[in-house]
Design a protein around this ligand. Structure first.
Ligand SMILES: NC(=O)c1ccc[n+]([C@@H]2O[C@H](COP(=O)([O-])OP(=O)(O)OC[C@H]3O[C@@H](n4cnc5c(N)ncnc54)[C@H](OP(=O)(O)O)[C@@H]3O)[C@@H](O)[C@H]2O)c1
Length: 334
């Protein structure tokens, strides 16, 4: 069969732009690419493999002939447009939260649950960025020691809130340097010189945010552990790219840091950087612009039996979004 015709829905956004880069880097076999976005950017051009491609408006009719759609738009737009893409014969690999919790939509990290792709009905969901890096680090621990409880605190970059939030950090940095009051338009509070415990919207029923809720519900679905106890606190920090997470894991069997290091080290896509004698541990800058999930600061949880604490860092736009989506597409046959 001929190489697929690829559509990138949200091609002008933070994730869509990285999808274009990753498709080129991984030499994804495609016969052509159609960039789609809102009417605001229809008619503008984006560069792909040295060619200027004209962005088309994402209308319900825009998917005719497309074999695979990488969807990186808001959830409500995905809810509206993805069914049209599927009806036109495409497989949609969706980065939004629109379909992740539907029972007939697989939620996939290729290193963790590639077999779930088998039962898709046209849409395959890509997990939330904070979930992906956590589950990449939890899976080898689960396979070796079993896990029963997870407590996570995140330190999330502004790119997780899209291209406009990245611009807001730049503008606020310049405003503060100039002694002017920074404008707050996209993120809930001033982000420069700040740490903000509000990522996505609050849930009045339990006081968590939707980002925190996603980390729990998605982890259970991907890992096929419906009873896993997960509690997260998600925090935005003034970093452009890569999310960091402090994760405490309670295992079902006796666990030791060396065993955890060995399990993580042999898991594809995970890079252990953990040597306190050398003050060696991963940071957001280390993880930026590459695909690895970096893990360090692995140590016993002194507050519980069979507990381990670790520090997990990954680029939210790459493994947390674009790379994971392209890896899913690589598992499909066209
Ligand atoms: N950023 C991350 O780290 C990350 C990680 C995982 C998942 N996600 C999810 O990925 C999705 C995209 O996030 P992002 O950070 O890339 O956002 P973004 O930078 O704000 O980009 C949004 C994209 O959606 C397009 N769009 C807006 N309205 C549209 C419409 N009516 N029809 C068609 N396209 C429309 C925009 O096109 P215009 O240029 O025309 O406005 C733009 O290309 C979101 O659902 C987000 O939750 C993001």
């Amino acid at each position: 069969m001929a190489d697929p015709l690829v559509g990138v829905l949200g091609a002008t956004g933070a994730v869509g732009g990285v999808v274009l880069e990753v498709l080129v880097e991984r030499n994804f076999p495609l016969r052509d690419l159609i960039p789609l976005a809102s009417s605001r950017s229809a008619g503008t051009t984006i560069n792909f493999r040295g060619q200027d491609l004209t962005v088309r408006e994402a209308t319900p009719e825009a998917f005719v002939g497309i074999d695979v759609v990488f969807s990186a738009v808001d959830s409500d737009i995905s809810r509206e447009l993805a069914p049209h893409a599927v009806a036109a014969g495409a497989v949609v690999i969706d980065k939004t939260s629109a379909w992740r919790y539907d029972d007939d939509v697989p939620l996939v990290i290729p290193e963790v649950n590639p077999g779930d792709i088998e039962w898709h009905n046209g849409i395959i969901s890509c997990p939330n960025c904070s979930t992906i890096q956590m589950v990449m680090a939890l899976t080898p621990v689960e396979r070796e020691f079993g896990i029963q409880r997870v407590i996570a605190a995140t330190y999330q970059s502004v790119s997780g809130a899209g291209a406009a939030a990245m611009q807001e950090l730049t503008h606020q940095t310049a405003a503060v340097a100039a002694g002017s009051p920074p404008a707050v338009e996209i993120l809930p509070r001033q982000i420069v010189q700040n740490v903000v415990p509000e990522v996505e919207s609050f849930r009045p029923e339990d006081g968590y945010t939707s980002e925190e809720w996603k980390m729990a519900v998605e982890t259970r679905k991907i890992m096929h552990l419906p009873d896993l106890r997960v509690s997260a606190t998600c925090v935005r920090v003034p970093v452009y790219r890569a999310h960091s997470e402090a994760i405490t894991v309670e295992c079902t069997r006796p666990v030791d840091p060396d065993g955890v290091r060995a399990a993580l080290d042999s898991f594809p896509g995970v890079r252990v950087v953990d040597d306190i004698a050398q003050r060696s541990y991963p940071t957001a800058l280390d993880a930026s612009d590459n695909d690895d999930v970096w893990v360090g600061r692995i140590r016993r949880d002194t507050s519980s039996d069979n507990g381990i604490v670790m520090w997990v860092v990954s680029d939210n736009l790459r493994k947390g979004a674009a790379t994971n989506s392209v890896q899913i597409a690589e598992l499909l046959s066209f």
